[in-house]
Unconditional design. Structure first.
Length: 361
């Protein structure tokens, strides 16, 4: 058996734990060969982008952030941006070339490690006859078919530590500090980090905010004798009377890129009379560095279970975790819905109970 493994989407703490576990399990337990596809699926469209993965090759990678397979390309082979002779860019279906390449190099099965976009690509190849197994990866924790994705815990811990540090400088200067975190259309990082880091206001994509409510929370803290405030805003959060803040430059086939939520809020607060306000945008800091214990463990368990699915011939499945149990679901179920914060759920209710405002009243 010759198994390929590809990592798609953005880099994520815990990717190397998955690769390491899959290689050790495939080689030591089954005597298989594992082939790493460099630079995402784009590596299947270029020569010299394959690497043989042995236990020796993956030694020492467990604590490393990023991925030893190189840049995780975001290109979708079913709608890949190809530059034309006239300089224009056209979305082109390159999936037949990818399938031909997989056959040429003799891959019997593929592990696709990535978020909802990558799992949708995996399902697309499954429908074209490729034996695939999906492994969920996203710091956003927004895949509905699993309780957690690896990378999320590391991202939350980084954001929480940033809040701890911002707390001391905000208190020293009687300042309002606004921290922008990732998460796209789901507010899990903002909610978890905000609750754990003692934020006073958390602004989520799931709860449109009102500037007056944010100002009211800041004013209430001043009346109580506390002259500083911490605000966490998810990159996909938007005011009730506006839209999300978007960055420029997204290419064909890419998801829209968020950016500017914190700066917009800071500008709004200053216009309303809050003079001493500062914004901090964590950005890709949340993706980098050493993965936490939880993400190393989860990535390892996902890699082991994925190879088990290959051994059992149970393809078209994505590994998941429910509670503390590792299992799997049909890929079609995995890509059906995004998991978003429930505005009326227990976590939001608990946050409100400890005095956190969500800017909604």
């Amino acid at each position: 058996m010759r198994v390929g493994i590809s990592t798609g989407g953005g880099d994520c703490p815990g990717l190397n734990a998955v690769i390491r576990a899959a290689v050790h399990t495939a080689v030591s337990s089954h005597g298989w060969e594992v082939v790493g596809i460099e630079d995402g699926l784009q590596g299947l469209l270029q020569p010299r982008k394959l690497v043989s993965l042995s236990p020796a090759r993956v030694r020492g990678i467990l604590p490393l952030g990023g991925t030893i397979l190189g840049s995780t390309n975001r290109g979708n082979p079913f709608s890949y941006p190809v530059e034309q002779p006239d300089g224009s860019v056209v979305a082109t279906d390159l999936s037949p070339r990818v399938m031909d390449r997989i056959r040429d190099i003799g891959l019997d099965a593929m592990l696709f490690v990535g978020g909802d976009g990558t799992q949708a690509i995996a399902q697309g190849f499954r429908e074209r006859g490729l034996d695939v197994v999906g492994i969920p990866k996203t710091i956003d924790n927004d895949l509905d078919a699993t309780d957690y994705t690896f990378g999320f815990d590391t991202a939350v811990n980084i954001a929480m530590e940033a809040l701890d540090r911002l707390h001391t400088t905000a208190e020293s200067h009687d300042r309002v500090m606004v921290l922008e975190v990732m998460g796209r259309d789901a507010g899990w990082i903002a909610l978890h980090a905000g609750m754990a880091g003692g934020a006073d206001v958390i602004l989520l994509p799931e709860i449109p905010y009102h500037l007056d409510a944010v100002l009211g929370k800041i004013a209430a803290r001043r009346r109580s004798g506390t002259n500083f405030s911490l605000v966490v805003i998810a990159e996909g959060a938007a005011p009730a009377d506006g839209d999300v803040a978007l960055a420029e430059g997204a290419r064909i086939g890419q998801a829209r890129r968020y950016g500017g939520a914190a700066e917009r809020l800071v500008e709004q607060l200053r216009e309303a009379g809050e003079e001493d306000v500062r914004a901090t945008v964590l950005g890709h800091i949340q993706r980098g560095g050493t993965p936490t214990h939880f993400d190393r463990m989860l990535g390892t368990r996902f890699g082991v279970h994925a190879i088990g699915l290959v051994a059992e011939g149970r393809f078209g499945r994505m590994v998941n975790i429910r509670g503390t149990t590792i299992g799997d679901v049909d890929l079609r179920e995995a890509i059906g819905e995004l998991k978003r914060v429930d505005p009326d759920g227990q976590l939001v209710a608990a946050a409100r109970s400890v005095g956190i405002s969500f800017g909604d009243g």
